[in-house]
Design a protein around this ligand. Structure first.
Ligand SMILES: NC(=O)c1ccc[n+]([C@@H]2O[C@H](COP(=O)([O-])OP(=O)(O)OC[C@H]3O[C@@H](n4cnc5c(N)ncnc54)[C@H](OP(=O)(O)O)[C@@H]3O)[C@@H](O)[C@H]2O)c1
Length: 309
């Protein structure tokens, strides 16, 4: 079963399991591109619109697996993946390749590695993935999807993965995609909270966020938090060298303490800057006070981490 696009190779069939806000968009993207599409969702009615537009509704996950060599799973978490598949085993037939489960659920690296074993025991090949864009951006050329697991699975699924955006292969360790995903989300939330707390601080003097944004996001962020600066800093992290000649961690600790005290003074919650102060204090206590702020990294690194040593 293949679809023929004008002037292009037929697109492979694909099954999508899980039609929440994200799974629905993944399925729509496949349908629009012209892949023969089979869908399954625990709440079957969520597939109605897709079925009306040409998707095949599978009555069970087993039926979805039978319809396509690649099964894209997008449910809530790893537990819901196991719930959806139940005790299903991959169908076996002479000459038939093992079905590939591409799991785009969020979780932890260990959960992803455990899922590889789970899949293998049931006769499935397994690739783990993470979606780095919100639903409206799925299918656009800049939509980054991260994948990890055996390279051959990534290569064989590429015609299916490319329909969703820009697939990036991170390596054979299955846990890498969710590890990168978590790390990037941490950057996002830390930046967002920094912006939100800062807007609350100036808001205490009646400054609208829109006015503050002009300086904070228009000038400060590009000038002071510029990507080039972070990239140069990344080399320092890898070398483990943090010269303090232009400013020390101890100096930064004083600056963070001012954020804590100002928050209290103006009646804005101080828990976020207090945590930042605690982190800096811990680094000073560890002996990094005369180095620059990036030396805090030494207190974050997982014990035994090979990077930068
Ligand atoms: N939405 C986003 O912006 C976004 C962005 C990046 C990544 N993601 C990831 O994409 C995944 C799906 O997210 P989502 O936004 O679509 O919504 P979600 O609420 O995380 O997941 C909803 C889907 O999971 C299914 N589900 C939940 N528990 C289940 C179970 N025990 N057995 C079988 N199916 C179960 C739901 O089925 P029912 O319809 O029957 O309840 C529905 O299809 C998540 O892992 C999320 O982290 C989402």
């Amino acid at each position: 079963m293949t679809s023929l696009q004008p002037n292009s190779a037929p697109l492979p069939p694909v099954a999508v399991v899980g039609l929440g806000p994200m799974g629905l968009v993944l399925a729509e993207t496949y349908l629009r591109a012209g892949h023969p599409l089979t869908v399954w969702n625990r709440t079957a009615a969520r597939a109605d619109d897709l079925v009306a537009r040409g998707a095949h509704r599978a009555g069970s996950v087993a039926e979805a697996v039978a319809a396509a060599g690649v099964v894209v799973v997008c449910t809530k978490d790893y537990e819901s993946l196991y719930d959806a598949f139940g005790d299903l085993k991959a169908p076996e037939a002479p000459g038939r390749a093992r079905p590939l489960v591409v799991n785009l659920n969020s979780g932890t690296p260990e959960e992803a590695r455990t899922a590889t074993t789970w899949a293998d025991e049931r006769g499935f090949d397994y690739l783990d993935g993470a979606i780095m864009v919100p639903p409206p951006l799925v299918g656009s050329p800049g939509a980054v999807f991260l994948y990890s697991g055996p390279r051959e699975h990534f290569d064989s699924a590429r015609p299916v993965l490319e329909t969703l955006g820009d697939p990036r292969y991170l390596g054979p360790d299955t846990g890498l995609a969710v590890l990168y995903n978590t790390a990037l989300l941490e950057m996002m939330y830390a930046q967002m909270n920094g912006w939100l707390h800062a807007a609350a601080l100036v808001g205490s003097a009646g400054v609208p966020a829109a006015d503050f944004a002009e300086l904070a996001l228009g000038w400060f962020a590009p000038a002071v938090l510029a990507p080039e600066g972070l990239r140069e800093g990344a080399d320092e992290l890898d070398r483990g060298e943090y010269p303090g000649d232009l400013g020390t961690l101890r100096m930064n600790l004083t600056a963070i303490d001012h954020i804590v005290r100002t928050s209290r003074e103006v009646g804005v919650p101080d828990d976020q800057p207090r945590l930042m102060r605690e982190i800096a204090e811990r680094a000073v206590a560890a002996g990094y006070g005369d180095l620059n702020y990036l030396s805090v990294f030494e207190t974050f690194r997982a014990a035994g981490s090979a990077v930068g040593r």
